[in-house]
Design a protein around this ligand. Structure first.
Ligand SMILES: Nc1ncnc2c1ncn2[C@@H]1O[C@H](COP(=O)(O)OP(=O)(O)OP(=O)(O)O)[C@@H](O)[C@H]1O
Ligand SMILES: [Mg+2]
Length: 323
């Protein structure tokens, strides 16, 4: 594990945003800068951190962690379904095949959990048993493993809108995607999740739930796009002690970005009003958590690329012939 002083040194060198000429049309998400040109999408994962739908600042090495974690999983799952990864010229950059995204996000859940108003557990607690067409049995407890993982699709809202959970039936009725495409995505999602569970388990980690996005490539094939099995799209728990905590009804030990959310919530910020400025300490701790997550999940040691990132990224892109 990287030491604190190295993270400290990187505090002033984090990547907030890029604006690179010649890479194509820029779309800035909350975390990633996406450039599109000539059928390629250059995805630069920055160090921005967002919580409650607000960008709050940067966390050292976060972009590298997320990008390399996605790369790890794309490599491990390419045999299940093709994905958009073409090249990785820099620790923060993925060159992907530009696709036409399919407007449904496939969420796979192996456990019933969550605490927010919209979470599956909250709905279950309030009496709901039908989850996008999956009927769950009576008597489940919070964080319980489901007999079989379930797929709960969501329609992708336009920028700024809210996603909506829908059943397969509703998706077909609204002609959002064809039945054939839906089934392909649904089956692939379950297989990807199963693979994720298997690999994570070897590391002593439970892949609790996750989200996949698919797109159609230029030949019309449906492939996996966006990212896969990172803490931004997935929940992870520690396997050790899961049963005991579950039986006692106490919170699971998790790997995720709750740390910063919690820090903010403790200071009264849940999305509106004045946002507290992230302190060096919280940024360093969050960085450690991301790096820890990377090492735990992949089993690889994180090798940090320090120093000025903009120059490095530009050089690597130029070297790869993208600039
Ligand atoms: N290979 C691809 N081809 C086309 N679109 C893609 C590809 N990979 C991902 N996308 C889409 O690019 C968009 C931008 O993603 P990004 O995650 O950066 O921003 P966002 O989803 O708008 O916001 P957020 O930061 O909340 O995730 C997403 O809608 C995603 O579905
Ligand atoms: Mg996104």
């Amino acid at each position: 594990m990287i030491d604190k002083s190295e993270i400290q040194k990187q505090l002033d060198f984090t990547l907030m945003e890029t604006s690179l000429d010649g890479l194509g049309k820029l779309y800035r998400g909350k975390v990633r800068d996406n450039y599109s040109k000539d059928g390629k999408r250059i995805i630069i994962t920055t160090d921005r951190i967002s919580a409650f739908d607000v960008v709050l600042g940067t966390i050292p090495f976060k972009g590298q962690v997320l990008n390399q974690m996605a790369r790890f999983w794309f490599d491990k799952t390419g045999h299940i379904i093709g994905n958009h990864m073409l090249d990785h010229p820099d620790p923060n950059v993925l060159v992907a095949k530009e696709c036409t995204p399919l407007p449904v996000e496939m969420i796979v859940r192996g456990y019933i959990t969550g605490v927010t108003n919209t979470s599956a557990w909250t709905h279950y607690k309030n009496g709901i048993r039908n989850f996008c067409g999956n009927i769950l049995p009576e008597g489940l407890k919070k964080d319980q493993k489901l007999d079989m993982p379930i797929v709960t699709p969501q329609t992708k809202a336009e920028h700024g809108g809210h996603d909506e959970s829908v059943s397969k039936e509703e998706i077909l009725k609204r002609k959002i995607v064809s039945e054939q495409d839906y089934d392909l995505m649904s089956e692939a999602s379950l297989k990807l999740y199963e693979k994720g569970v298997e690999i994570a388990a070897k590391q002593g980690i439970i892949l609790v739930d996750t989200k996949y996005e698919f797109g159609r490539d230029e030949s019309g094939n449906i492939i996996l796009i966006d990212e896969i099995h990172t803490p931004d799209s997935s929940r992870f728990w520690f396997a050790e002690g899961y049963e005991e905590r579950f039986k006692k009804g106490i919170e699971q030990k998790k790997i995720d970005k709750e740390y910063v959310r919690k820090w903010l919530a403790d200071r009264g910020f849940t999305g509106s009003g004045v946002q507290p400025e992230l302190t060096d300490e919280v940024r360093i701790n969050a960085a450690r958590k991301y790096i820890e997550a990377y090492e735990l999940i992949t089993g690889d040691q994180f090798s940090s690329d320090t120093g000025d990132m903009k120059t490095r990224i530009e050089n690597n892109l130029r070297h790869g012939g993208y600039l």
